[in-house]
Design a protein around this ligand. Sequence first.
Ligand code: ARG
Ligand code: ZN
Length: 417
Amino acid sequence: EDLDVEELAEGEMEDAEKTAPARYDGAQLWRIHTSNVSNQDVIKLFESQYDGCVWKTKDDFVDVFLEPHRQEEARRALRDFDVPYEVSINDVQNLIDAQHRSREKKPRRDKRQAQASHQLTWDSYHDLGDIYGYMRTLSQKYPTICKLVNIGKSVEGRGILAMKVAGPKSQRVIWVDGGIHAREWISVASVMYVMDQFIRYWAKQPAHIRSATWYFLPVMNPDGYQYSRTTDRLWRKNRRNFGSCHGVDLNRNFDFKWTGVGASNNPCDMTYRGPKGLSEPESRSVAQFMEKLPRKPVAYITLHSYGQYVLYPWGFASAIPSDHRLLKQTGLDAAESAKLIDGALYTVAPAFQPFGAAAGGSDDWAKGHLKVKYVYTIELRDKGRYGFLLPTNLIRVTCREALTMIGVISKASLNVQ
Ligand code: ARG
Ligand code: ZN
């Protein structure tokens, strides 16, 4: 009963194949320092006057994406208000091109070749077809410890593929996902990397890893991921069609405090929460699958980018759960282990703190609804130099940071039950 992964990666691609890819020639990313002004004022000004698109907001800065024809006016305004800023990305299209250059166009595989084994590398980003193909290869090569599970179907009909990894001693359940947000490619690569390491070197893993049953879901949002590869590199949401606009932010669609702050009810917004909680097949499949697991997970780890944060609940409001000390300490241990890899600093905080409260996240759902003990949203590299466009030469080191942090959380989770 082998899954036809070629088919599962395909989907009825609506208009994506017909539309010419979005181009961002001359577009820039600015970091605006806001110690003397309010973030909200800056965001309002840039969104309303200069078509700015906020990539990240923190207490003392805002990262804003700007099209070329708006930069001059915006520059003047910042000068008039005496607000300092610097250009983080000088030409967004250049960076996008650099990422695509590292993936050579392959001839389309025919059906027979498609059955041959796939190999994945950690020095470029990969298509959904290659990711699913490699997952099948692993599941065929290591049938005793891993199993491919199709947990559902996306809006455009793609499979949502997870990998169960477990040995004879495996008991408690740990869930790891990535690719909720389409453009956060490094989160997909990192889930694949950790899964690959565990499967190929299972016997060498420490006991706390071998005593867990792992579920890896590298691409929760397969339509969005493919769309970000073929058509718009900066796409975030899923690909639900609302007529004039597309997409629900899956990380605002989970059904815990769903009507709360930090989520939009406008389908044209980046953080549209959807018409109701778990309205989307992608989030619903994950929620239903996790609820039906024979054992409740002891840890839920969801990878995003960017900013280098280890975040624990809550995200929906300025509040912390009663076990926040434990969550914080384990987060600090995880960040400490990441630092040992290459010196990168990860900040540990409750999820509402760095970017402001936002309801409907998968993390809050795991903690609040499923009552999972160890819940983390990890924002991977970088801190804003490249943002979502993390260069391919930083994939591997970031993956290694994810691996060690997940290991630390796994070890800590031994104390549950
Ligand atoms: N950058 C992530 C997002 O916007 C952070 C999520 C943190 N968790 C939360 N429930 N707000 O989706
Ligand atoms: Zn994200």
